[in-house]
Design a binder for this molecule. Structure first.
Ligand code: P53
Length: 479
């Protein structure tokens, strides 16, 4: 299909991953234990368990990932063959500060990323780096309570400035906290741990704990943005928002108000990152809920001084909500207040497929935040069937990408959104963040490994590999 749209020559086509989901080598080079290392394998519909430290007899898929730690030169050659201009990954915090509270970094961890970034650059691919992508040092959870503790701001800042200085001539694009707003679903322990390193008890106020942790993260992010710009004024430092727009089910005015509140509750994180201020409704909400928040005047000044350069975001799906009755506060609660969208299809994991939602979201963010955007995740998790020759006929994935890239191009060409780049998620098969499965595959590159880490780990090209290569070669014109 020819769209008639072309992205500019300097557009950052690429792919995205996170260290803990593909590197493996969980103890290599002095790496410490991260929260991902104590999460067991779940399945579609079966949540992952979090164990109290690494236990014998449990299966921890992030311990091996797809073995990128040992195989990255081969993978980078494949990325180059597809025409990648950039590669988004994270720096595993525990390779640099194994426990998180050391005074000095671990040289062997720093060297791993030096070598990998050099290899990328030698192949014409620039690294795009997330600082905290669901891989907080486990020691910081146990000894400090994760981001319930203000001290975490200093630990994060030490990590951020260490890698900013070390890679200041190799990395230009950075993001602070991956999908910081997943914890909007605060009644689920999974995002609270992944985003904030929180392990709460039944007597804790989970919702308040989420807002407090997010506040410390936003302050830490603002301080990192400021420090980064001092280290290299050319740095572009963004936030990273999980963008799933929430629609009203009907035109009933109360449904509209509920959807408005749902968007406020899911995207205030972006308001603070981009505008440096809390939105008006939120202090009112804290007051009404009786949340006694530790938000100082100095924090508010910090937030104002450390606004981000661009909006990095993931886009997989949209959600729908409706008015739940006679509630003047419209206390939307995620995920309880979601309802199904009768107009869209779903993936095997129940993720609603909605390409128009991507264009809608890009317009909504442009109007709200007026910043350049970077789609740093988008993709389709599916069961793939490998043929005897290693190929995979993933026409369903191609179709998902075709529709989403078209919507993205419309947002740029017709609506004027300033978009820096596009990095599809899991460009090479890796461990799923929510389920711990290998079987939920996203890649253009197939990895021969199953959920238990059995297999050759050999790489092979899916049909989508050549399709995406043509997309990039034609600047997005040939879909
Ligand atoms: P998996 C929830 C909703 C949207 C995106 O997800 C999410 C999540 C949390 O799982 O996560 C992002 O692997 C995340 C990646 C993750 C990817 O989306 O659960 O940034 O780490 O792997 C896909 O299918």
């Amino acid at each position: 299909m020819a769209t008639g749209y072309k992205m500019p020559k300097d557009f950052l086509w690429g792919g995205a991953v996170a260290a803990h989901q593909l590197e493996g080598g969980w103890e290599a080079g002095g790496k410490g234990v991260s929260i991902a290392d104590v999460m067991t394998a779940g399945r579609n519909g079966v949540p992952r368990k979090v164990t109290d430290g690494v236990k014998d007899g449990e299966t921890y898929p992030n311990h091996w990932g797809n073995d990128f730690y040992h195989r990255y030169p081969e993978d980078i050659k494949l990325f180059e063959e597809m025409g990648f201009k950039c590669f988004r990954t994270s720096i595993a915090w525990t390779r640099i500060f194994p426990n998180g509270d050391e005074a000095e970094p671990n040289e062997s961890g720093l060297k791993f990323y030096d070598d990998m970034f050099d290899d990328l650059l030698a192949h014409g691919i620039q690294p795009v780096i997330t600082l905290s992508h669901f891989e907080i040092p486990y020691h910081l959870v146990k000894a400090y309570g994760g981001f319930s503790n203000r001290k975490m701001i200093d630990f994060f800042l030490r990590f951020a400035t260490t890698v900013f200085k070390r890679y200041k001539n190799k990395v230009k694009y950075w993001m602070t906290f991956n999908e910081i707003n997943n914890q909007t679903a605060w009644s689920d322990p999974h995002p609270l741990l992944q985003n904030s390193g929180l392990e709460l008890g039944k007597d804790d106020n989970w919702e308040q704990a989420m807002y407090q942790a997010a506040h410390y993260e936003l302050v830490a992010s603002a301080l990192a943005v400021k420090a980064g710009h001092e280290i290299n004024p050319d740095f572009q430092i963004g936030c990273m928002i999980a963008m799933c727009p929430i629609y009203p089910l009907t035109a009933k005015p109360q449904d509209i108000m509920m959807a408005e509140r749902a968007m406020q509750k899911r995207y205030w994180f972006g308001d603070v990152h981009c505008r440096g201020e809390y939105p008006a409704w939120l202090p009112k909400y804290f007051e009404r809920k009786g949340f006694d928040m530790d938000i100082t005047a100095a924090d508010l000044a910090t937030l104002k001084a450390g606004t981000v350069d661009y909006v990095g975001f993931s886009y997989y799906m949209s959600f729908v909500t409706k008015d739940q009755g006679d509630d003047p506060e419209y206390d939307f609660k995620e995920p309880d207040d979601f309802v199904e969208n009768p107009y869209v299809e779903k993936s095997d994991w129940g993720w609603q497929i909605d390409p128009t939602g991507l264009r809608y979201a890009m317009n909504w963010m442009e109007d709200r935040w007026h910043l350049p955007q970077f789609i740093v995740e988008n993709g389709f998790g599916a069961y793939d069937k490998k043929q005897a020759d290693g190929s995979v006929h993933d026409d369903y994935r191609i179709s998902y990408f075709r529709d989403h890239i078209k919507a993205m191009e419309e947002a740029v060409a017709l609506d004027g959104v300033n978009l820096i780049g596009y990095t599809p998620w899991g460009c090479i098969d890796l461990v799923s963040a929510s389920t711990g499965e290998m079987a939920k595959r996203y890649g253009f590159i197939y990895v021969d490994a199953n959920d238990n880490g059995e297999g050759s780990f050999d790489r092979s090209k899916k049909d989508s590999f050549n399709w995406y290569k043509d997309v990039i070669a034609s600047d997005g014109e040939k879909l």
